[in-house]
Design a protein around this ligand. Structure first.
Ligand code: 5GP
Length: 200
């Protein structure tokens, strides 16, 4: 499925199955955050792979738990491993940690995310994938971790971007490439309004 059709499919899924919880928050538990639609995830993975296939990606990094499904599908398509940052302390993840502090938009808490430095090095060129981009906290945290490992960041692959929040702008100002498959302009009046793409 080519890029435009894939994005249309995702937009329809958001319109039909997404629930607007407030002017700020969209619930997509029907296909991404709780129940997962593997066919849609597969298409999403293919699309990220298409967008970044010439960038020499050696690894994908994401954050548990909702980034894992789209990231694994992209990893499968690009034939590269996927590393997910942990949000909770793990008994087995104790040494040589790369960490960043991230404020959670949905949970309202500050947490430390961690990746073992065994899985990331200066020879890596990483694609950072996440389910949502809001204020960019999770994305910036993952970029901080990549930088600690001296890995190169090729860009960000985001499934749903809420364009009315500052995440994209900040990442772009920092010089990063941001590819979002669905861009939401507003969640006002209980309705999802997408950013209108300029026709070229
Ligand atoms: P940010 O760090 O960019 O502020 O927020 C991104 C993270 O918060 C994502 O990893 C996602 O899990 C969560 N998130 C932010 N906004 C939403 C939303 O509207 N709906 C859902 N389901 N998760 C969100």
């Amino acid at each position: 499925m080519l890029g435009g059709r894939m994005m249309e499919l995702l937009r329809q899924k958001i319109e039909n199955e997404g629930i607007v919880l407030s002017n700020q928050v969209l619930k997509v538990d029907a296909f991404l955050n709780h129940q997962i639609d593997p066919v849609l995830m597969h298409e999403i993975g293919q699309e990220f792979a298409r967008l970044f296939k010439h960038d020499g990606i050696t690894k994908i990094i994401t954050i548990e738990s909702s980034g894992i499904a789209p990231a694994v599908m992209a990893g499968l398509a690009l034939h590269v491993p996927v590393v997910f940052a942990r949000k909770r302390q793990s008994l087995t993840l104790t040494e040589n940690l790369l960490t960043a502090s991230v404020y959670s938009f949905t949970k309202n808490v500050e947490s430390t995310i961690a990746v073992s430095n065994t899985h990331l090095s200066e020879n890596d060129c990483v694609l950072i994938i996440d389910d949502f981009l809001a204020n960019g906290e999770a994305a910036k945290g993952l970029a901080t971790i990549a930088k600690q490992a001296k890995a190169k960041v090729a860009g960000f692959g985001i499934v749903i971007e809420k364009s009315f929040q500052p995440g994209r702008k900040e990442l772009v100002q920092m010089g990063y490439r941001v590819e979002s498959l669905a861009r939401i302009a507003s969640l006002e009046e209980g309705k999802v309004t997408f950013v209108r793409e300029v026709q070229s």
